[in-house]
Design a binder for this molecule. Sequence first.
Ligand SMILES: Cc1cc2nc3c(=O)[nH]c(=O)nc-3n(C[C@H](O)[C@H](O)[C@H](O)COP(=O)(O)OP(=O)(O)OC[C@H]3O[C@@H](n4cnc5c(N)ncnc54)[C@H](O)[C@@H]3O)c2cc1C
Length: 379
Amino acid sequence: MEKYDYLIVGAGLFGATFAYRAKQAGKKCMVIDRRAHLGGNVYCEEVEGIHVHKYGAHIFHTSDKKVWDFVNSVVEFNRYTNSPVANYKGKLYNLPFNMNTFYQMWGVLTPDEAKAKIEEQKSEAVAKLNGREPANLEEQALTLVGKDIYERLIKGYTEKQWGRSCTELPAFIIRRLPVRLVFDNNYFNDKYQGIPVGGYNKLIEGLLEGVETRVNVDFIEERKKSNSQFSILNCQFDKIVYSGPIDEYFDYRLGKLNWRTVSFETEVMDKPNFQGNAVVNYTEREVPYTRIIEHKHFEMFGQAVYDTPKTVISKEYSTEYKEGMEPYYPVNDDRNNALADAYRGLAEKEERVIFGGRLAEYKYYDMAPIIARALELRV
Ligand SMILES: Cc1cc2nc3c(=O)[nH]c(=O)nc-3n(C[C@H](O)[C@H](O)[C@H](O)COP(=O)(O)OP(=O)(O)OC[C@H]3O[C@@H](n4cnc5c(N)ncnc54)[C@H](O)[C@@H]3O)c2cc1C
């Protein structure tokens, strides 16, 4: 039986980063994934020469210099800057809320004019509350940004995301709604952002170069065939790094964790440029999807957009999670938080298993913090 230091379950960013470091430290690793490809949720499919973000649009952003230097040591990043646009009943507004948005909304030309307008609308909302605290998300948002921004840019989008009316959603979901009194459409406040040159698959390939990988291999299925999960696939493993769902690892013995999900409708269009931007949010309730992603704009700029004759778009729909769907976002309500804590308690007792990543920790992480987690671990 061949011997390995690590069996790494899951070839997403967590598993791949861990594998990269373990390989550098001279450890022998095998990475398995039950999907037919490596990369986890950052995997891109090539369609008509365009990298399509199969599991949702991914934009790398961070202020953590260590993580930024690390990923750039593996692959170069381009200059993509996320600057989404909102479409409300056929009128376009820049996001996040900034001077461009306020000009489009009210025709105001200066920060003072914009501020006065927002303050006037906020005061109206506060006056209506008559001294009481906002009782739901709608009231909260109205007191934070006023009626026009709320009705055109927040209400419908939020209702589609949550599948409920804003008056039925709790106020705490929106704690802050930052407004910028400058002309700046850069969505993120982070110091660094971009997309790997050549796509995310290049990042994953770089991380996993020289590491043994196997796809279409399900750890849960394999361990059923053996007495010990440390000796599967005719190999012997000293430790396991597990980045799959934590409840599944324990055979759901305490119950199933719930997730929220998104579904995508992807189509190829016979034109080079459909919407002129990677991300367009549809903020009215009546349009069923929340966003349209036009994938080529993540990596093609200027003339390059027209040098590729077709384009690929994905419409995103917020969807209630059902068995068999992709688990995307943890549901952080009391039941699920308590259940996840109980599973974490079980995980602590598994001495030769390292649990990490969004599924094993039952926690939403952006890509950079996931990489930071994998960089912190002792290999
Ligand atoms: C819709 C969406 C959009 C996002 N957009 C952004 C963004 O713009 N910017 C950003 O920074 N972050 C974004 N993220 C977050 C990002 O996707 C995560 O940070 C990252 O994917 C986490 O990596 P991971 O390795 O933990 O998990 P994953 O990428 O999910 O990898 C886990 C892997 O484990 C495999 N696996 C599970 N169980 C088993 C098993 N039993 N046997 C074998 N393999 C198994 C799975 O098949 C999967 O490939 C987004 C997330 C979602 C859901």
